[in-house]
Ligand binder design. Structure first.
Ligand SMILES: CC(C)(COP(=O)(O)OP(=O)(O)OC[C@H]1O[C@@H](n2cnc3c(N)ncnc32)[C@H](O)[C@@H]1OP(=O)(O)O)[C@@H](O)C(=O)NCCC(=O)NCCS
Length: 499
């Protein structure tokens, strides 16, 4: 028998639910405690994780301990056998057990203390890190089984239907939606002047556009804009300066992308218009034509619905780079690279190509069947996390229906056949339409050319990347996992060069 007291973390400060979170974090830091016990009238009601609480307190200064505490998994006596702790810690929800002795709190116990004792190696990692939790976040999350995703505490689909892109930008960056028109306008007044590119960047764009597609060109243009502005390593600057860099890069991105596209077409860039909302301004800069309210609204909704989406590959990439303390430009260049892959952001134009290839609803079954039998993936279907319909595709299906037109008609007719064929040929995989399928249809109906589909996605996702980078920058720990070496056993003698 081994007693709980031998492995528990002792010396845990006690805080109260109504204490200001900022002050609780300061106390925990002063006492070098990673966890505090939350006591209500002397009775433990939860635990507070310092790293999580510190992030929350910074994003929303007015929070109390009760806003960030984790529910109590249970209490255990310091003299109990450790084996009694395991089933309690295995309960759903991450958290700690509070350890008591003679009615007094004397420590906490979490799985972290137990794992080294169990002499089991690390659990095998699923391919692609699927389902592996690698960080705590307050930015956004995706509930794959439920078909739901949210920006902070709000349904993202509801936000896209009821709020502007800039409202959601403020929510992700500063933690709160604008409460009234004055707050909305104050944020617009802060970000819209940042839409314009500097003369130096504008002069460089023709050469960049001549050499690369808009999304590749964006990497170069952002590097240049970041260098010109003198973006400093996240590690060396405070949260306020990081926020200023985040607004600068995110506001500039749509301007760079649309200018790069136009220059590549042999046309002059169209400067941004500060009086326009994000969606309307984007279409304006892309086409040079004042968009209709219907098209502007459809694109605003699309852009708002794609701001963030949990730990996608590009977001994770941005956060890994942020964890090294590099500057925000470096984080975004990495994220754009990850997004450019067809398995991530590169699918909407391919989804449209699929519709082109199908041509008419009667051909859908045979085209899809032969593709799946050849082992090809059907673009616009399947998702790494959703095991039901992608809520973004549900919303965009409605937008496509409202916009109408032959492409929308074909997509609406073909969708169910594709889902049916996938269910027959890939039984049990639960493959449904993802965001890309209707995204292409909606963008095409609003006059966005296929080569700008992924760049358009990037023009709003940059907001999510920056919000994630700001959150990651508050965690001083570098992300540095390990790999299992499976090559020939070392050390082998190094052969001499022959000949
Ligand atoms: C998005 C995507 C990369 C997710 O991949 P994933 O999480 O690795 O999915 P899985 O590999 O676990 O898929 C499980 C099975 O379904 C199959 N599958 C997944 N998506 C498929 C698709 N679009 N068409 C045909 N088969 C598909 C896989 O081949 C696999 O089959 P298997 O078990 O016989 O090998 C994948 O669904 C895909 O390639 N979709 C098409 C590209 C696309 O639309 N991308 C945009 C995403 S928003």
């Amino acid at each position: 028998m081994q007693q709980v007291s031998t492995v528990m973390a002792g010396r845990v400060p006690a805080v109260r639910p109504g204490d200001a979170l900022k002050e609780a974090v300061a106390r925990m830091r002063a006492e070098a405690a990673a966890v505090a016990v939350v006591l209500e009238r002397g009775v433990p009601v939860g635990t507070l994780n310092e790293a999580h609480a510190a992030g929350a307190a910074l994003v929303r200064p007015g929070l109390q301990v009760s806003d960030a505490m984790r529910p109590l998994l249970g209490t255990i006596d310091a003299t109990d056998d450790l084996s009694a702790a395991l089933p309690m810690l295995a309960r759903p929800g991450s958290g700690q057990l509070v350890v008591t002795s003679g009615g007094e709190v004397v420590g906490v116990l979490s799985l972290a203390e137990l794992v080294p004792m169990l002499s089991i190696g690390p659990a095998p990692t699923p391919p692609g890190l699927k389902g592996v939790v690698v960080a705590d976040t307050e930015v956004s999350d995706v509930c794959g089984e439920e078909g739901f995703y949210h920006y902070r505490q709000y349904s993202a689909v509801e936000l896209a239907e009821r709020r502007t892109l800039e409202d959601c930008w403020r929510l992700l960056l500063d933690g709160e939606l604008p409460r009234d028109r004055a707050e909305r306008e104050a944020f617009a007044a802060e970000v819209r002047p940042l839409r314009s590119a500097s003369p130096l960047v504008m002069r460089a764009l023709p050469a960049i556009a001549g050499a690369s597609e808009p999304l590749e060109g964006l990497r170069t243009a952002i590097s240049l804009a970041a260098a010109e502005r003198g973006l400093r390593p996240l590690y060396d600057i405070d949260q306020l300066a990081r926020r200023a860099d985040a607004l600068f890069v995110a506001a500039l991105t749509p301007t760079l992308l649309t200018a790069l596209y136009r220059l590549r077409q042999g046309e002059e860039p169209v400067p941004p218009r500060p009086e326009l909302e994000a969606g309307a301004n984007y279409l304006w800069m892309l086409t040079g034509v004042q968009p209709s309210a219907v098209h502007a609204g459809a694109i605003e909704r699309y852009l708002t619905s794609t701001i963030d989406h949990g730990f996608s590959a590009s977001t994770f990439t941005a956060r890994v780079i942020a964890s090294t303390g590099a500057d925000l430009g470096a984080c975004l260049v990495g994220a754009i690279g990850a997004l450019s892959g067809p398995l991530h952001g590169g699918a909407p134009s391919r989804a449209l190509e699929l519709l082109d290839e199908i041509g008419s609803p009667e051909r859908a079954r045979s085209v899809i069947e032969s593709k799946v039998r050849r082992g090809e993936r059907i673009m616009g279907f399947g998702h790494a996390v959703y095991r039901t319909e992608d809520p973004r595709s549900n919303m965009l299906r409605e937008v496509a229906r409202q916009l109408g037109g032959p492409l929308a008609d074909l997509a609406l007719k073909v969708e169910s056949t594709v889902v049916e064929v996938l269910a027959e040929l890939k039984p049990g995989r639960r493959l449904y339409t993802n965001v890309e399928f209707y995204a292409g249809v909606v963008m095409a109906a609003c006059g966005i050319p296929p080569e700008m589909f992924t760049p358009t996605f990037a023009s709003s996702r940059v907001i999510g990347w920056t919000a994630n980078v700001l959150e990651q920058a508050q965690d001083p720990k570098i992300i540095r996992p390990s790999a299992r070496y499976v090559g020939p056993p070392p050390p082998q003698p190094v052969p001499e060069l022959q000949g």
